[in-house]
Design a protein around this ligand. Sequence first.
Ligand code: PXL
Length: 283
Amino acid sequence: MLVSEDTQRTLGDVVDFAYVIAGSEATGGAGLQADLKTFQELGVYGVGTITCIVSFDPQHGWTHRFVPIEPTVIADQIEAATATHDLDVVKVGMLGTPDTIDVVADALAARSWRHVVLDPVLICKGQEPGAALDTDTALREKVLPLATVVTPNLFETKTLAGVDEITTVDQLADAARRIADLGPRYVIAKGGVDLPGDDAVDVLFDGDEVTVLRAPKVGTERVSGAGCTLAAAITAELAKGVVVADAVAFAKDFTTAAIAGRVAAHTPFDTVWQGAYVDQLDP
Ligand code: PXL
């Protein structure tokens, strides 16, 4: 059935747009798939650019098989997406190689953004350790300064802040302050299941004050897609015009529900379910 002119939406009208530049994760649990599901769940129109393809290998312990997308193809996708829609809030997920980082950093720098939310995915198993180090350095030097919001997990927080150990909330907050010195205005350092204690603690440093967000830990195992979903939910809320502190607080609730409502799979880990938040509101 054709949509009548009365109900047809026009560009930029009513719907807010959120953009993501990230890797595909073939099981559907993490990466671009998790990002776009989160955008849809939160009522924003999602647009995605693929940087690489990760296909877990069920025959070899679910290790990551990693294939980068040609830099020119990434540039083409960004051109198509940004020419089609007025995108001003973008999430950046897994990039994977220094060449990918170059092309994405150039594209980000070529236009102005209201927000660039960076989920600094540093290591993907299955990559050469040498290549991973180059990738970490390029991410830190070229993309981090363009980010307005960055969401490192505990490992990424230690790496980016250059500290060996974080076992307390105070240390997590200090590390967040150090990462803010590298460029981003807002740092959300995530303690997750790895920070000792009964709560999953995240700290938000806004360049001035530290806010501590807590939720009781849901189990002790990592759930795939949680980090992607948190950053995507922040991005969706920012796209709607919500201020950063409120976007982060909502994203934490949304992700905690997605972890609690997780989906079991044949992988040795479960994956988040973005539909759990509304299910919980209206069971
Ligand atoms: O959850 C981190 C992550 C992000 N992006 C892609 C991934 C993963 C983890 O597997 O594959 C594409």
